[in-house]
Design a protein. Structure first.
Lengths: 353, 353
């Protein structure tokens, strides 16, 4: 707990003075004010994070955090648990969606075993940091011991800070892999928002109507059994979270402590980010939300975070795929601030519009 | 008219068999079906356009078509007409938003003087293809002679086909520059949709409430004076269009004739594309709409075209900026089709979801 407390104390808000200076430059560029929409907000936020009018987000790294979930035995997913390990293998081989999308945007992918149920061969080129072989079934009791939740948060933070220090990463992405993990993520959303699971639960990888109703009841049971206190984010994570969710939250804490932006993927990565922001509200200043997930609970998190996603492409894949796509928009936002000339620089007539 | 008729006759629908084969592969990849959302639709459409499961959209070129508008004398814009030429100069210098965004996505920008009112120095590195020094004032009569509208369409088509043949361009983008050009574009939308200008008119570069009301009345006057027949797309273009709008429409016709995809920018480029699709409905198969513009009339065109935009970032700049950003998403879509493995290829358990 001491290490977590130290991490939390290192997090400070981004710099509003640099943000204001960025807006001044954006408003004096040779185009109508506000005409680049959301890209301008991203540019100004980057200036506040990096404390410069020349933000750089060239070196990009995505952590795909993997973990399994005891609640899978309740039949909440369309896929069997073995698929988690199979997909981790596919990531390591470069065969999967995240590999293709990350390569396209020039980002590296690093896969982390935070809590996969299977024993993964040590020669697989992933980060072997398993905290436990999957969580316990949240429909019966807490997902993990409180000490494991702390370890998960510290794991994510440490990975980010090491990559920042050793490799100079300028933009992090966070993604997930874990069969059944929309179930704990939805439980987290329900716990923090107080809304009934029936209004928040989606089809995950593609379950039918009957399975969806069952999934809602499993989440209701998990909340009734565990009764997580919404004002204690660590308790919510402990009782209805997951190992990859803890690491995803920790990654944002690590990024915020190092004053580096992080863009989260969809439902699961955003749930991790939400846990982090409930622990440390200032962490939000370093968070970008990549896309609006098709999973219905995601919208509630966006409301709670107050950060609009950059993309809305009907995606619901995970792995960090949305984060990869959004990295490209964040990178171009850094360039609009730096590279578009002002009216004065270009000698164009400015009417102040 | 003979050359235009020949162009129109060369346009055929994209290949639905290749589109279906693409969907089969997309549905067998190691991820839940449909989980990459809109990117999958783009990938399948590319397969149908290029008639392959290995579509390539690597070589990218954006045409920024420039023209002036006689209706500017009615005070419909926040900027004076001289800004059109100033911005063309800025594009040629690489100072403007489109230069920064296109460079980021690896696309070339080619600026075309289709009808700028000013005499532009011949040494400027743009394509000097002026049809006339700006349109006539549409609030008083037709924008241009019918023969000029045909020339504008053929200009756009020729530019695209030459670039395709000489340089092997695989994806075109279309953007605009022209002070006051949201006014003729909105008149086109009103003419085709039959909706009143009051429901379609936006603030362009940023006019205030009083100027907006005035702009609505100018568009109402233009429609009352010209009475364009909505079933005659060439007449609509002639009476309430513009030279850059004609070339933007022609660019789509040229792309469709050459079986190459084109992604249009916001209000003005989409208006040009709409004219082209009204002339030749099959041209729609080759069109991608880059983003949902903040200009309110854009949504009506999206409805009429039945093509959902890829991005919604609150942008309203023009120049081709939205097209540049969307090129990146179109390119990554081509890669997901080719590079993500199938369940069989990767040995991952497929439950058919």
């Amino acid at each position: 707990m001491k290490a977590l407390q130290e991490l939390i104390e290192q997090i400070e808000p981004a710099d509003s003075n640099w943000r204001e200076r960025a807006w001044e430059r954006l408003h004096s560029q040779i185009r109508p004010r506000g005409s680049l929409g959301r890209l301008e907000e991203v540019a100004a936020r980057l200036a506040g994070i990096q404390q410069t009018l020349q933000p750089v987000v060239d070196r990009k790294l995505i952590f795909t955090m993997a973990g399994d979930h005891g609640v899978a035995v309740e039949g909440v997913s369309a896929y069997p648990q073995e698929v988690t390990a199979q997909m981790v293998f596919s990531f390591a081989q470069g065969w999967a969606s995240i590999n293709v999308l990350a390569k396209h945007v020039g980002a590296e992918v690093r896969v982390v075993d935070c809590g996969v149920a299977a024993e993964l061969p040590s020669q697989w080129p992933i980060l072997h940091r398993k905290i436990a072989p999957g969580t316990a079934n949240i429909a019966k009791g807490p997902a993990m011991p409180r000490e494991h939740a702390v370890r998960g948060l510290l794991l994510g933070a440490q990975l980010v800070r090491e990559a920042r220090e050793a490799e100079g990463i300028e933009l992090f992405g966070s993604g997930d892999m874990g069969i059944a993990n929309t179930t704990p993520s939805t439980a987290i959303i329900a716990a923090f928002s107080g809304r009934p699971p029936g209004q928040l639960t989606g089809r995950g990888t593609g379950i039918d109507d009957a399975a969806l109703q069952h999934k809602v009841r499993v989440i209701e049971t998990a909340l009734a059994v565990n009764r997580p206190n919404p004002d204690d984010a660590l308790e919510v994570l402990t009782k209805v979270g997951g190992y990859e969710i803890a690491a995803l939250g920790g990654a944002l804490l690590g990024a915020a402590a190092a004053r580096v932006p992080l863009v989260c993927d969809g439902l699961i990565a955003t749930a991790g980010a939400l846990v982090a922001c409930r622990l440390v509200p200032a962490a939000k200043d370093y968070l970008f939300v990549s896309h609006r997930s098709e999973e219905i609970g995601h919208g509630t998190m966006i409301e709670m975070l107050g950060i609009q996603p950059l993309l809305d492409l009907g995606m619901r894949l995970g792995e960090g795929t949305g984060a990869a796509l959004a990295m490209n928009l964040i990178e171009v936002s850094s360039k609009i601030l730096k590279d578009i000339k002002t009216f004065a620089e270009a000698g164009v007539t400015d009417t102040g519009h």
